[in-house]
Ligand binder design. Structure first.
Ligand SMILES: Cc1ncc(COP(=O)(O)O)c(C=O)c1O
Length: 386
């Protein structure tokens, strides 16, 4: 006999399967640069967020190894117990200086940092305004928070202006670069609308390291300073973890009250040490951003004639296919030709906009982009008889 909970679990899984939305987790044997190996087969990876190509860079690997020799493996405690180390403090200080903030609070993931901010800052009767395409970590926190959450239409400033209320404690949250669409938020306009009326938070997971002078991100690129800035380390930094940048008082408050910080094991000091190295690489290795710019131009030249092409100013390149079955067929065809491309389906993106999400990294070459375009053209011709 199944319990009610077990029945619910089974029903949810069958529903996912029936809707063609079941997700799979694939264990790769090896990842190196822009290559993935699965069942002994090599694939060109156009599906990572390793925008600057740091994740398997030998100098970053050595930095982490050096950190391991100095500090051992785990931090062995939460930050307020004994998990916080000089290596963490030094990373925080570097981030503050680089991005122009008084405080940086480290988290083990961007997901937990977003949840921590929303749960600890907002109370009942507060107002949370979010772009409707914000990341799941922000949306879920908003839905579970006692604050009232309203979603404004994507990048629609008229709608945001209608919703902002100066009479309520109000937080406005946007991504800097939208992860599934690759477009920028109008940060200058959001800053203007929020000035003295609301706190502004920018999740710059996909902009940090890439946009702005020396990779300082989307806010710097727009000449804007948000009260709260989230940067994650799982993308351009090539590692994992996150930091929330803010002023002294907000930092003190989060340190005291953000449960995801207080009650969670600190990231290993060796990782903080490696992150400091990644930061130096981001600051000094301008060629990575320059190469990415060049590859973006190549992408536009090669793909702009495709149906579903979307022009974006970032390395995130969506190609809208529409329905889930066609997406599945196209992505399987691409795999059979040796290309691994993200197939993004609802509920991650709105119904009817299932898409290939191609991401460019500084490890790719111009030739590989042209090879991907030819493979996609052939796949589309075969799949859709176009
Ligand atoms: C916009 C955005 N915010 C937050 C996150 C979560 O970051 P993390 O992977 O470090 O948990 C992601 C990750 O995919 C993201 O795309």
């Amino acid at each position: 006999m199944m319990t009610l909970l077990e029945k619910r679990i089974t029903a949810a899984l069958s529903q996912r399967e029936e809707n063609g939305l079941a997700r799979k987790m694939i264990p790769f044997e090896r990842k190196q640069g822009d290559m993935l190996v699965h069942h002994g087969q090599s694939y060109l990876n156009f599906s990572s967020n390793d925008y600057l190509g740091l994740a398997t860079d030998p100098s970053l690997v050595s930095a982490w190894q050096d950190g391991l020799s100095r500090y051992g493996c785990g931090s062995a405690a939460s930050p307020l117990v004994t998990g916080f180390h000089q290596a963490h403090r030094s990373l925080e200080a570097q981030l503050c200086e680089w991005l122009g903030y008084e405080r940086a609070i480290l988290f083990s993931s961007g997901f937990s940092a977003n949840q921590a901010v929303i749960f600890s800052l907002l109370k009942k009767d507060d107002l949370l305004l979010q772009d409707r395409l914000n990341h799941a970590s922000l949306m879920e926190a908003g839905a579970l928070s006692p604050a009232r959450m309203k979603r404004f239409r994507h990048n629609d400033m008229t709608h945001l202006e209608q919703l902002i209320s100066p009479d309520e404690a109000c937080l406005v949250v946007t991504e800097g670069v939208f992860s599934m669409d690759g477009d920028h938020a109008p940060l200058k306009d959001i800053r203007r609308l929020t000035a003295e009326r609301a706190l502004m938070m920018v999740d710059d997971a996909h902009g940090i390291g890439i946009a702005g002078p020396d990779g300082t991100g989307s806010c710097a690129a727009s000449g804007v300073k948000a009260e709260l800035l989230l940067v994650t380390f799982g993308k351009a930094f090539g590692l994992s973890g996150a930091a929330l940048l803010c002023d002294q008082a907000t930092g003190d408050y989060l340190m005291q009250f953000a449960r995801h910080h207080v009650y969670s094991t600190a990231i290993p000091p060796s990782q903080a040490h490696a992150l400091s190295h990644a930061l130096q690489m981001i600051q000094t290795q301008h060629w990575r951003r320059e190469k990415l710019q060049h590859l973006q131009q190549c992408y536009d030249d090669a793909f702009s004639s495709f149906a579903g092409y979307v022009s974006t100013p970032t390395p995130v390149k969506p190609l809208i296919i529409g329905d889930i079955e066609s997406l599945q067929t196209t992505s399987e065809m691409l795999k059979s030709k040796g290309f691994w491309v993200g197939a993004i389906r609802p509920p991650t993106v709105p119904e009817g906009t299932a898409r290939l999400r191609m991401t460019l990294t500084a490890n790719h070459t111009e030739m590989q982009i042209h090879q991907l375009a030819s493979a996609l053209k052939e796949s589309i011709e075969v799949c859709f008889d176009r």
